[in-house]
Design a protein around this ligand. Structure first.
Ligand code: A2P
Length: 317
């Protein structure tokens, strides 16, 4: 569902995707959510090795496909990502193969480098955590991701993924990547919603034929530092939705689609999974009204230094 977006290698990607990141997902929740999403018409599933639920995405998809023989695996666009401690070339390959096994598929449609950070691993391929409770950054591969990207390119050449891309990358990181990339990244998946509109960065990405893919399009990570203000309770946004007779989520999804990129709303509630997939279109006036809410907002506000011990984005002024 949603307009089809052509990636820079010609691959077609449905612009409405279903996010499968489950914060406190109980066992079986992702499986049910994926069945509900495919039943509601989503044809794009966004996954990651780190979400630790790819087995449920795979079983949910297989259950749906078995019950709906008119839909094929190839009708679904599946993305997965390699986590920070698996950036060594051999680990990148291991990661994708491990994801493919859990997802019960021979290939994915998109394989992304989840963060522009390489971290140390333990011998059993788990994330190594330092004495300070943070990731231990591998400086060499973080500063020079060329070996990691070469591994991504090999997996693309081998047909195990139909496109490769990145997630949470900055403009600076992409510019250095583009200097050595033989296969250009097709997408950069980043957080985008009216409180983090990424307006200039999105334009930059589109100018480089890299499609922005919006995670948390409903603004669930909606903390503007110091204010506690939330997208979901913003009076102006709620008023726009009420005037339209739509849900706020539908307005936020429509806003992203009208800006020309892909959006990945997530929900574990079947009713909301379904209503989010009922796409509406914003008039220019409604679009302008959401843009007005987005004007002058933060350019980024998740400081990954607290989690990873590494500052992904330049400090906010
Ligand atoms: P739930 O799973 O209970 O539906 P985002 O995609 O921006 O990360 O937002 C995801 C969050 O938004 C989830 O907590 C989800 O909760 C909630 N959510 C998803 N769809 C809707 C909706 N239509 N109305 C309200 N909340 C929603």
């Amino acid at each position: 569902t949603g307009p089809i977006i052509k990636l820079n290698n010609g691959l077609e990607m449905p612009s409405l995707g279903f996010g499968t990141f489950a914060n406190e997902g109980s066992k079986g929740e992702t499986h049910k959510a994926v069945v509900a999403a495919l039943s509601a018409g989503y044809r794009h599933l966004d996954c990651a090795w780190f979400y630790l639920n790819e087995d449920e995405v795979g079983s949910g998809m297989r259950e749906y496909l078995a019950a709906n023989p008119d839909v094929k695996r190839s009708d679904i666009f599946i993305t997965t990502k390699v986590w920070n401690h698996l950036h060594e070339p051999a680990d990148v390959e291991w990661s994708l193969k491990n994801s493919l096994e859990k997802l019960q598929t021979a290939y994915v449609d998109g394989f992304l480098v989840h963060w522009p950070i390489a971290a140390e691993k333990n011998e059993d391929r788990t994330v190594k955590i330092g004495a300070d409770g943070k990731y231990i950054i591998k400086e060499d591969l973080t500063e020079n991701p060329e070996p990691t990207w070469r591994a991504m390119e090999s997996l693309y050449d081998a047909g195990l993924t139909k496109s490769i891309g990145v997630s949470n990358w900055t403009q600076e990181g992409l510019e250095s990547l583009l200097k050595f990339a033989k296969v250009r990244p097709a997408v950069n998946q980043i957080e985008i919603h009216p409180f983090l509109p990424q307006t200039e960065f999105s334009k930059y990405l589109l100018s480089k034929a890299i499609v922005p893919v919006a995670y948390s399009p409903l603004g669930s990570q909606d903390q503007v530092p110091g204010t506690g203000e939330k997208v979901s309770t913003n009076k102006d946004l709620i008023a726009i939705a009420e005037r339209k007779g739509a849900t706020l989520a539908q307005v936020l999804i429509a806003w992203g689609l009208k800006r020309g990129y892909a959006v990945l709303p997530k929900s574990s509630n079947p009713g909301r999974i379904e209503s989010n997939a009922k796409l509406i279109e914003l008039t220019d006036e409604e679009f302008g009204a959401v843009n007005k809410v987005a004007e002058g907002r933060a350019t980024r506000f998740v400081n990954m230094k607290d989690t990873f011990g590494y500052n992904v984005w330049p400090e906010e002024a």
